[in-house]
Design a protein around this ligand. Structure first.
Ligand code: SLL
Length: 294
C-alpha cells in the first residue's frame, strides 16, 4: 500500500464508542421599526445559529444557508463566515430553513434545521416598542457519533465542544504525527455580538443535561420494564435517525423539541415576558430522560 493511502486510512479511522457533541442555539430576534415602519418593512430581524455558550462554531461549520420566503429578493442566502447569521427587514412571519454544512473531517452530510420567524409577541405585553425585540430560540445538540481521530484531535480542547475522555485502552497517536485539517483561527464567537444582550443563557441547561445524562446512565433500565410514556417517540427518533443519517451523520440530540411541543423547550420569550431560564433547565432535564433510556 502506498504511503498516501495509509495516511488516508489513518485519518479516517473512527473512534468507536465515542461521540462529540456541540450544543447549539438557533433562532430569530426581531424589532418593530416603529415610525420607520412601512407596509412592506415593518420589522427588522436577524436569524442565526450560534454555539450555546457563544463560542466559535466555525470549528465545525463551514457554511450556513438560510432559505427565506420567496417574496424576498435572492431568497437563498449563503453565509461562509462566522457569525452565521442573516439580517433582513420585512412584514410577515414564515418558516426559515437553515442548512448547516460541516468541514470535511467533521461530517460529509449536511444538517437541516427549521425555524419559524416571529415578529409579533404571542401575548400583548404592553404597547409595542422598538426597543424590546421578540426573541425565539431553540437549543439543540449536534452529536457526531464515532468521530474520526483527526476530528477528535482537532476539537478536543475547543470550548464549543463536549468531548468525552477516550474509553479506557484507547489512545491516540501523539499530536504532530497526524495531519491536522486546518480551520480558520479567527475570533468567530458571538460573545460581543451586538444582539448578545438578548441571547438566552443555555449553558446552565447544558450543565444540568449532562448531570441528568450521567445519572441516567448509572441507573439505565431495560426498555421492556420501562414505563416510559415516550416509548413510541423513542422509536420514531430511532427510525428517523436510521432513515436520514448514516454512520457519520449528525444527530440532533435534543430531538424532543420537535416531538414534544413543550413551550419551555421552544424557548420563546421577549425580555418583557422574561420566562426564567431555570424553567427551561428543569424541563429539559425531564425531557432528556427518554432518549437516554434506550
Ligand atoms: C404571510 N406566509 O403571509 C407569510 C409570508 C412573507 C414575508 C410572509 C418580504 C419582504 C420584502 C417579506 O417580509 N415576506 O419584500 O423584502 O404572512
Amino acid at each position: 500500500m502506498e504511503n498516501w493511502q495509509k495516511k488516508k486510512i489513518e485519518q479516517n479511522k473512527k473512534l468507536k464508542d465515542v461521540e462529540i457533541s456541540f450544543p447549539i442555539v438557533y433562532g430569530t430576534i426581531s424589532f418593530w421599526l416603529g415610525k420607520k415602519a412601512s407596509e412592506h418593512h415593518s420589522h427588522k430581524w436577524t436569524v442565526y445559529v450560534r454555539s450555546a455558550n457563544n463560542e466559535d462554531l466555525s470549528v465545525i461549520v463551514k457554511r450556513v444557508v438560510f432559505q427565506l420566503h420567496p417574496s424576498f429578493q435572492n431568497p437563498t442566502r449563503v453565509v461562509d463566515q462566522p457569525p452565521f447569521e442573516l439580517s433582513e427587514s420585512g412584514w410577515g412571519e414564515f418558516e426559515i430553513a437553515i442548512t448547516l454544512f460541516f468541514h470535511s473531517d467533521v461530517c460529509e452530510k449536511r444538517l437541516d434545521l427549521f425555524h419559524q420567524l416571529k415578529l409579533y409577541p404571542e401575548e400583548e405585553v404592553g404597547p409595542p416598542s422598538t426597543k424590546k425585540p421578540v426573541v425565539v430560540e431553540t437549543y439543540d445538540e449536534i452529536v457526531f457519533p464515532e468521530p474520526t481521530e483527526v476530528f477528535f484531535q482537532r476539537v478536543q480542547n475547543h470550548p464549543a465542544a463536549n468531548v468525552p475522555r477516550l474509553p479506557p485502552g484507547l489512545t491516540l497517536p501523539p499530536p504532530g504525527s497526524m495531519e491536522i485539517v486546518p480551520y480558520e483561527k479567527k475570533h468567530g464567537d458571538t460573545k460581543d455580538h451586538p444582539l448578545s444582550q438578548w441571547f438566552s443563557n443555555f449553558s446552565e441547561a447544558d450543565e444540568l443535561l449532562k448531570l441528568a445524562a450521567a445519572r441516567q446512565q448509572v441507573r439505565r433500565r431495560p426498555i421492556a420494564s420501562s414505563k416510559c410514556p415516550y416509548f413510541l417517540i423513542c422509536i420514531g427518533i430511532l427510525l428517523e435517525c436510521l432513515l436520514h443519517f448514516h454512520t457519520c451523520a449528525p444527530v440532533i440530540h435534543a430531538t424532543f423539541t420537535r416531538f414534544m411541543k413543550l413551550p419551555c423547550l421552544f424557548g420563546e420569550f421577549s425580555p418583557v415576558l422574561s420566562v426564567p431560564v431555570v424553567k427551561h433547565v428543569q424541563d429539559r432535564v425531564e425531557a432528556s430522560k427518554f432518549p437516554l433510556i434506550i
